[in-house]
Design a protein around this ligand. Structure first.
Ligand code: URA
Length: 430
């Protein structure tokens, strides 16, 4: 087999065999196929696409490039939730203990903030002492005892994805549905879940700006995941405005706790409950989504999900006493209230601009190695459809230092649009 022929075949829009896909991907991992040829092949895939069958082959090859988490001996079902990334999205922190409370185990492998989107690991690590670098034994113990565990991705999981993703990042080939599908599913399949619930976001703060692109990704994740033997549900959710009122690492932990106590913002609750209800159906705990919703609401009322969240925090090294003491007052001293320019309705709070400003504030990072601040963030006091009197606070902004605050403020001011009439309600899901 010659690499150039595989590139040529894809360049001309032909369908590759499993052997051809494995040849190029494994060859790259083994250092035999050079980066320039893999780059050319990625661009050919980007331009010509892949059939669902080719995407299944690619996913399997990437999955087989590393190890799989062994969950033998722990009773299932095992279901994970994956979001394509957003601003203010703390639903993982709500869903994992909620599902655990109804008997679904959640082997959750999460990522860090990058670019304008937040990361679950950074949020969790804002709890003093909380560790997200669990060994396999610790991960298994958490899953067995609390029913969920939260960790970063081990370097042994899908190493082909790590290499290919880094190359895609510098060859303008990230936004390809088959490449994204294989990247996400190879990692998720390796972590031991039998079923996955996807939150595929669209809108300014999402990876996919257009709903049609998000729908195509949801479709691809569902068909390829199903072909790999997993049960899949995929919801499309709006990410044009930040989810909830809090954007920031510790601020979002606080808001997740509010949700677990029944006092969370309506939008975070709606998305969390919808995803959890779908997981209940996949896991055989409910016969339909309605029943799943009722089950999840009842579980929240029992207080068990909140207890499991705090038990998990303790197990993973977190100081729960301090977490609860710090609630409501762990804030940066570099704070600023952004006031309404005039008396008007809030027509839009642009999630992308809030997300970008958050990087300046210290919530997120531009480069993988940058440090983040636990106390930076934005608390939205007003959201789309709310009325604001001139001079009323629209958001309170917390920055890691005075300079970052100065840099972020123009973007945050620009993120808010005002209107004379109340904007119509947009559906959050679907
Ligand atoms: N997230 C992933 O894990 N992979 C992609 O390719 C895109 C988003």
């Amino acid at each position: 087999m010659r690499t150039v022929n595989i590139i040529l075949k894809k360049r001309d829009g032909d369908i590759l065999t499993k052997e051809e896909i494995a040849f190029i991907v494994n060859g790259y991992v083994d250092g035999v196929v050079p980066e320039y040829q893999v780059s050319a092949w990625l661009m050919a895939v980007f331009l010509k696409g892949m059939t669902p069958e080719e995407t299944v082959f690619l996913t399997e090859t990437m999955l087989d490039s590393g190890t799989r988490v062994n969950l033998d001996g722990i009773p299932g079902p095992f279901i994970d939730k994956h979001s394509t990334g957003g601003v203010g999205d703390k639903t993982s922190l709500v869903i994992a203990p909620l599902l655990a409370s109804v008997g679904i185990r959640v082997p959750m492998t999460s990522g860090r903030a990058l670019g304008h989107t937040g990361g679950t690991l950074d949020k969790l690590e804002s709890i003093p002492g909380y560790r997200t670098n669990l060994s396999l034994a610790e991960f298994r113990r958490g899953l067995a005892e609390e029913g969920f565990a939260m960790t970063g991705q081990s370097k042994d999981i899908a190493p082909a994805d790590k290499l290919l993703y880094a190359l895609r990042d510098v060859t303008a080939t990230v936004e390809s549905i088959p490449l994204i599908t294989a990247s996400i599913l190879s990692k998720k399949a390796a972590e031991g879940a039998d079923a996955l619930v996807f939150d595929v976001k669209y809108g300014s703060g999402a990876f996919m700006k257009e709903k049609s692109q998000a729908s195509a990704l949801a479709h691809s994740l569902t068909s390829v995941g199903t072909a790999l033997g997993m049960k899949i549900a995929a919801l499309l959710t709006d990410m044009d405005e930040p989810l909830g009122n809090a954007v920031g690492n510790f601020l979002e932990v606080e808001e997740a706790l509010d949700c677990l106590e029944g006092n969370g913002p309506a939008d975070v609750m709606e998305v969390s409950l919808a995803l959890a209800a779908n997981a209940c159906v996949l896991g055989g705990k409910a016969s339909d989504v309605e029943e799943g919703l009722a089950l999840c609401k009842k579980a929240l009322e029992s207080g068990l999900p909140r207890k499991l969240f705090l038990d998990n925090a303790t197990r993973q090294g977190g100081d729960v006493k301090r977490l609860l003491e710090m609630r409501g007052n762990y804030r940066s001293q570099y704070a600023y209230d952004l006031k309404a320019e005039r008396s008007a309705y809030i027509a839009r709070i642009d999630a992308y601009k809030v997300g970008l400003a958050s990087v300046y504030l210290g919530v997120g990072r531009n480069r993988v190695k940058d440090a983040v601040s636990p106390v930076a963030g934005v608390l939205l006091r007003k959201k789309r459809e709310d009325w604001a009197d001139a001079g009323e606070t629209v958001m309170t902004v917390y920055a890691k230092d005075a300079n970052s605050l100065r840099e972020a403020m123009p973007l945050l001011k620009d993120a808010v649009s005002y209107g004379e009439t109340k904007p119509s309600r947009k559906p959050l899901i679907g």
